[in-house]
Design a protein around this ligand. Structure first.
Ligand code: ADP
Ligand code: PRP
Ligand code: MG
Length: 212
């Protein structure tokens, strides 16, 4: 049996066409069922439904043989113990620094102001500002980062942007690009050795489906 770790919402929604193309459609809709282990059309492959940030952990420890995770999540996890053979080019967005429309971020940075930055992505933010030599106090949040500058919790945020709708709705603007984000197929290296005859074709099929 091969176990694939997925998160519901965006990752599942954008993976669904790939899964269908390679014969791994789910027996139940993960958005509706309360089950956390879901069968696929292929009797040799099952899906476990976990939080997006937990996908690398399940794969790292071999509780799942493979999974689909955003490069943002993988950067925070560190990628230790994970083979990352494929960029699936789904759930694409950008990691950015954003600040209130009226805030002169460039001047604040030039003047050496110590900025307060709220983010779910502590590791990515720390690395970004350290590389620029900018001093920041990081505030760890778990969601709705866009609220932080509006209520005086932070001067800026590090978060994901796709359409820009969330930033616009909260009168924030992008002040720096950090990196483009997309989702990757991740594989447990021991699984790959022990189950190569079963896993190899699944990985190859994902690759073909992702290339369209
Ligand atoms: P969470 O509940 O952890 O926020 P999401 O389903 O929102 O889970 O995000 C899962 C992954 O999808 C993220 O790790 C990221 O790679 C990607 N993602 C998040 N937000 C967006 C977005 N607005 N547009 C495109 N991709 C996104
Ligand atoms: C993500 C991200 C931004 C928003 C950006 O939030 O954290 O808030 O999408 O997308 P946009 O530029 O198209 O508006 P998400 O919808 O995943 O909400 P949640 O993670 O707080 O549940
Ligand atoms: Mg989200």
């Amino acid at each position: 049996m091969i176990t694939l770790a997925l998160s519901k919402g965006r990752i599942f929604d954008e993976s669904a066409p790939l899964l269908a193309a390679i014969g791994l459609s789910l027996a139940e809709d993960p958005g509706k069922t309360r089950k956390l282990i879901v069968a696929t059309k292929n009797p040799g492959v099952r899906v476990i439904i976990v939080r997006a940030t937990d996908v690398p952990t399940y794969v790292q420890y071999g509780a799942a043989d493979l999974g689909i995770a955003g490069s943002d999540v993988l950067a925070e996890h560190g990628g230790v113990g994970l083979y990352q053979p494929l960029d699936l080019a789904i759930a694409k967005c950008r990691m950015v620094v954003a600040a209130p429309e009226g805030f002169d971020y460039e001047s604040a940075v030039k003047q050496g102001a110590r900025l307060r930055v709220a983010t779910k992505y502590i590791g990515t933010a720390r690395e970004h500002f350290a590389a620029k030599g900018v001093h920041v106090d990081l505030i760890h949040l778990y969601g709705s980062m866009e609220l932080a500058p509006l209520v005086g919790l932070a001067d800026a945020i590090v978060d994901l942007v796709d359409t820009g709708n969330t930033l616009r709705a909260n009168k924030l603007k992008v002040v720096e690009e950090i990196e483009p984000i997309s989702s990757r197929l991740i594989v447990n290296p021991a699984s790959l050795k022990l189950k190569r005859s079963a896993l190899g074709p699944v990985i190859d099929a994902f690759g073909k489906a992702a290339r369209g």
